[in-house]
Design a protein around this ligand. Structure first.
Ligand code: CP3
Length: 383
């Protein structure tokens, strides 16, 4: 059995991601540490692979489990989250699981009402329209009380994974969460949220700081509950550009990493690898590689070889097959994977899609992607 104590005696590169958590639970021993080794920059026998949105509507069993329940009720049910997380693992030999949840549980914890409207997406009943609306947010947040259901889902899932592969926890980054809270949902331009940045920079910084203050204990709590790696999603980086990004996104991305690392130390938990995925944030690749994360995720618009040149050798890269490549034939997917692996080169790499799987995709093609990564990466290592 893995250590279950509070001690931080295991090395930062402890293959199983460290002690089992501060709630006294012992977790089954990790069998496949390929993903964690690659995340820490170590050599692996093959390239590990997982997919963003690997739990999703493209799986019939996902639709069956979700049937009749609204999205955020599902998120609040540890049993349902655990089941949804495990479903793709039963079909494909993935090298990591990601806990089923959503980035928008954090705005909910701050007192905002969010629903998932079918066909429309996330919808806030009362978005933040002006500076004074910040007073409506319920701070400080007691994360154990407001988000304890996520911690319970993580602990249950870590148990039921039986050590097969590591479990990834996640959150949104401050700017992406702010953009949803101001827009009240998706938006092609994010003009309302950007209006805040230009018109009310001080209030924007206040909101971003306040979100950071929730995200830090939330992410540390996920590790305490059993998460073995953490991914931070800056999904709306593409709306900013270099200048706004360096003022309103990057400082908070950095702060999250620094404070989560300190928080893990203080809690006596071993470090876990941190992943930053700033979708369409190619303009800030160098900065992201220096922002305190072990892994930098890239979307499919970035050439992997160029990305490697720009970030140097200090980080592991993750990505980046165009999700729409899964519409291609299985043979073609194999060729595209081969090309992708070549372009990433010999440095540590975690294979993934450049963004999430879409609901109309064929599960067999997801399987073909995973299988091709394993097969071609093993072949490359024999060369
Ligand atoms: O498998 C996984 O990747 C883990 C689960 C996960 C979900 N959301 C489940 C989900 C993760 C990591 C997220 C993160 C998330 N949520 C992000 C960042 C990643 C990204 O896509 O850039 C964002 C922006 C959200 C907010 C959100 N939640 C959106 C925009 C939507 C889409 C709405 C729609 O109609 O498709 C969701 C809903 C959501 N979150 C679904 C899933 C599986 C689909 C809706 C459903 O199951 O009913």
């Amino acid at each position: 059995m893995e250590e279950a104590s509070l001690s931080s005696s295991s090395s930062p590169r402890s293959p199983d991601g460290g002690p089992g958590g501060d709630r006294g639970q012992a977790f089954p021993k990790l069998q496949n540490d390929t993903f964690l080794r690659a995340a820490w920059g170590e050599a692996t026998d093959y390239t590990p692979v997982w997919c963003m949105r690997q739990a999703g509507r493209y799986l019939k069993e996902f639709l069956d489990t979700r049937a009749g329940q609204d999205f955020f009720s599902t998120c609040r049910s540890p049993e349902a989250c655990c089941e949804l997380t495990l479903q793709p693992l039963r079909r494909f030999p993935l090298d990591a699981a990601i806990i089923f949840s959503d980035i928008l549980v954090v705005p909910q914890a701050l007192g905002l009402q969010v629903t998932m409207v079918p066909g429309k997406g996330p919808t806030f009943s009362a978005p933040l329209r002006e500076e004074q609306d910040l007073d409506r947010l319920q701070t400080p947040v007691d994360v154990d009380q407001e988000l304890g259901y996520v911690f319970q889902a993580i602990t249950l899932t870590r148990q039921r994974l039986e050590g097969r592969v590591p479990l990834i926890g996640f959150s949104g980054a401050p700017w992406t969460l702010m953009s949803y809270m101001v827009e009240g949902g998706g938006s092609p331009t994010m003009a309302q949220a950007k209006r805040w940045l230009y018109q009310w920079p001080k209030a924007s910084h206040r909101l971003l700081g306040l979100l950071t203050d929730v995200l830090v204990p939330y992410l540390v709590g996920q590790v305490a509950a059993g998460a073995q790696a953490l991914q931070v999603f800056e999904s709306h980086a593409g709306h900013l550009g270099p200048e706004l990004f360096s003022e309103f996104a990057l400082p908070y991305i950095r702060d999250v990493a620094k404070r989560v690392k300190a928080g893990l130390r203080e809690a006596g938990l071993a470090p876990v690898p941190l992943i930053i995925f700033a979708k369409d944030g190619h303009y800030a690749l160098e900065e992201l590689a220096q922002s305190g994360y072990e892994v930098v995720g890239i979307d499919w618009k970035v050439d992997p070889a160029l990305a490697r040149e720009r970030v140097g050798k200090s980080v592991t890269l993750q990505g980046n097959l165009d999700p729409c490549a899964l519409y291609a034939s299985e043979d073609r997917i194999g060729q595209l994977v081969e090309r992708m692996l070549d372009a990433f080169g010999p440095q540590p790499h975690i294979a993934n899609l450049g963004h999430g799987i879409y609901p109309d995709m064929d599960p067999a093609h997801v399987g073909a992607f995973v299988e091709a990564v394993h097969r071609h990466s093993r072949q490359l290592r024999r060369k």
